[in-house]
Design a protein around this ligand. Structure first.
Ligand code: NAP
Length: 316
């Protein structure tokens, strides 16, 4: 059984992979190329791919009888894998749900607080040496406590964000997802996205990526938001029409944005970099040592189950 891991992992995960499997761990931190994916499917039994590895229908069409039988994705989001095309050629796909939830919710709150309280701008001011000292109207931001938050995608991460907003900041929570949820705190289900956008101060995105949610946040949703409204995206870049977001920010239709993900990642439009009212993070959602180790163990648990023919713990 030959295993390919598509990126360097934490030391704990690499140690386990080397102890348990005949593994090749790719040294590069960049996504697999088409040639890499062809080799992955033809020379290995299991592959641990991750974000950016575009296992498209085309790739599977080029390898109709792959040696590889499992893509044990490192990450909960798997919109970079055409799961139906994989299934058609006998390749199963698993992911790492749960391990990422709290860390990603924390990054949503980081973006929300940084954007409302102008933390990025303030940090840049201090570092520039141009700060002239405290005064009563210096760099006034938006208060967070008691405000209204709208969560788009009330799944594991959406609910973890909502909990933080309700219990930590006394916020009123409303949400949109495909179905209403039972949660142990007040949260209004508002199935219409524009209606939700219109009645909240902060709209926070936590849906999966993929064809179904591409450009879910478009010009008309942004238009429905309040001029003081903020958009926070920890989901996937493609969920937002980035050109429409830039236009809405430039015209003052919305007040700001906090982004962890980008439509054409890792390219970030200069227009966004030029705006002080936008917080930009380099896809840090799950970036802690502990969480990346948990994710790696979860991916390897799926590999281990596959090897001995047990049911896969996290099939998608
Ligand atoms: P999850 O538990 O499956 O939750 C997804 C939620 O989105 C569900 O509530 C689902 O609604 C809702 N949804 C799905 N399609 C929708 C649609 N078309 N319209 C409205 N709502 C829709 O997933 P999760 O674990 O919370 O993760 C969510 C996503 O976060 C991942 O897929 C990934 O892309 C992203 N993520 C980003 C980072 C980062 O580093 N920034 C880290 C981890 C995850 P129902 O429950 O009603 O079906």
């Amino acid at each position: 059984m030959r295993l390919l891991i598509a990126r360097p992992m934490t030391a704990a995960v690499e140690a386990r992979a080397c102890a348990e499997f005949d593994v090749e761990i790719r040294g590069s931190t960049t996504p697999l190329t088409s040639d890499d994916m062809f080799r992955a499917l033809t020379e290995f039994d299991v592959v641990v791919p991750t974000l950016g590895d575009q296992f498209s229908a085309q790739i599977f069409a080029a390898v109709p009888t792959p040696r590889c039988k499992l893509l044990a994705n490192f990450g909960v989001g798997y919109n970079h894998i055409d799961v139906a095309a994989a299934r058609n050629v006998g390749v199963a796909v698993t992911n790492t749900p749960g391990a990422v939830t709290d860390a990603t919710a924390d990054i949503a709150m980081t973006l929300l607080l940084s954007t409302t309280r102008r933390a990025g701008e303030g940090e840049r001011l201090v570092r520039s040496g141009h700060w002239q000292g405290w005064h009563p109207t210096q760099m006034l931001g938006q208060h967070v406590t008691g405000k209204r938050v709208g969560i788009v995608g009330m799944g594991r991460i959406g609910q973890a964000i909502a909990r933080r907003c309700h219990f930590g900041f006394g916020m009123q929570v409303a949400y949109q997802s495909r179905s209403p949820k039972n949660v142990d705190f007040p949260a209004d289900f508002i199935p219409d996205l524009k209606a939700l956008a219109a009645q909240v101060d902060f709209l926070v995105l936590a849906v999966p990526g993929g064809a179904e949610t591409r450009h879910l946040i478009n010009a008309s949703v942004l238009e429905a938001m309040n001029p003081s409204g903020l958009l926070i995206n920890i989901a996937r870049g493609e969920v937002v029409d980035e050109a429409a977001l830039i236009a809405a920010l430039q015209s003052g239709q919305i007040a700001g944005a906090g982004l962890d993900v980008y439509e054409f990642e890792p390219a970030v439009p200069q227009a966004l970099c030029d705006m002080e009212n936008v917080t930009l993070l380099p896809h840090l959602g799950t970036a802690t040592e502990e969480v990346r180790t948990d994710m790696g163990h979860m991916a390897l648990d799926n590999v281990a189950a596959f090897v001995v023919g047990r049911p896969l713990p996290n099939p998608v």
